[in-house]
Design a protein around this ligand. Structure first.
Ligand code: DX5
Ligand code: ZN
Length: 221
């Protein structure tokens, strides 16, 4: 089996104690996290509400790590600039929220941020084929969005192979990220799928040794 590349590890602050986000960022930094993943939820695209761009703004000066903002919201067009100016490095929108996805991706790139497109478990990978030449990241949701701590949906993991094949065949250069249900029990099937970026929330913040937990993925086998 080809040696697996070391994945970028992106702990999600969704699973942290919101009363002390500065502590959560320090833990991510100290434990060897590569990106900070912010799960933004609006209570409309998904049942729960988490936080808005002010959270990103307030956290920005507590970390030098890239901020990977996942907008699980309807009408992202009204929020993209706000998150960008708050300090987001990467902004990912859901493929299911509008017809005009290309316009939104170009809006994110137009303000100098990396643009990502995310698909929920019921969305086939082919549905975003026309966007692949334009995006910097494809996010494969491996749970139904809305909550941390859910069970990984293995069938969703299979979509990674499609995006790897498209990237190889067409020479695209997006990163492939997975998000949801990542933990030490699902690690092997995840590593075999070879995503470039792995989001992990509850398993990271519940780990007795978060640094050792991340190392399980980073050692690449
Ligand atoms: C779903 C969220 C979660 C979170 C990770 O809406 O996007 O997937 O990032 O949650 P865990 O790692 O706890 O499954
Ligand atoms: Zn997410």
């Amino acid at each position: 089996m080809e040696k697996l590349k070391t994945p970028i590890m992106a702990p999600s602050v969704l699973a942290s104690d919101f009363s002390n986000m500065e502590k959560a960022l320090a833990l991510i930094d100290k434990s060897g996290g590569d990106w900070v993943h912010f799960d933004v939820m609006d209570g409309s695209f998904v049942p729960d509400i988490t936080f808005g761009h002010k959270m990103v703004r307030d956290m920005r000066h507590h970390s030098t790590l890239p901020f990977d903002v996942h907008l699980m919201i309807m009408h992202p067009e009204s929020q993209i600039a706000k998150f960008a100016h708050a300090g987001a490095d990467r902004i990912t929108i859901q493929a299911e929220v509008t017809i005009h996805l290309h316009r939104l991706i170009m809006q994110i790139k137009g303000i100098g941020r990396k643009a990502g497109i995310s698909i929920v478990p019921s969305t086939p990978p082919e549905q975003i084929k026309e966007l692949l030449p334009f995006v910097d990241l494809v996010l494969v949701m491996t749970v139904n969005p809305g909550y941390g701590g859910q069970k990984l949906i293995p069938e969703s993991l299979k979509k990674v192979a499609y995006f790897r094949q498209q990237r190889k065949e067409k020479g695209y250069d997006y990163l492939i990220e997975i998000d949801g249900g990542v933990n030490k029990d699902t690690r092997m099937e995840i590593m075999e799928a070879k995503p470039d970026v792995i989001v992990t929330g509850s398993a990271f913040f519940k780990a007795p040794y978060p640094d050792k937990y991340l190392q399980l993925f980073k050692k690449g086998k």
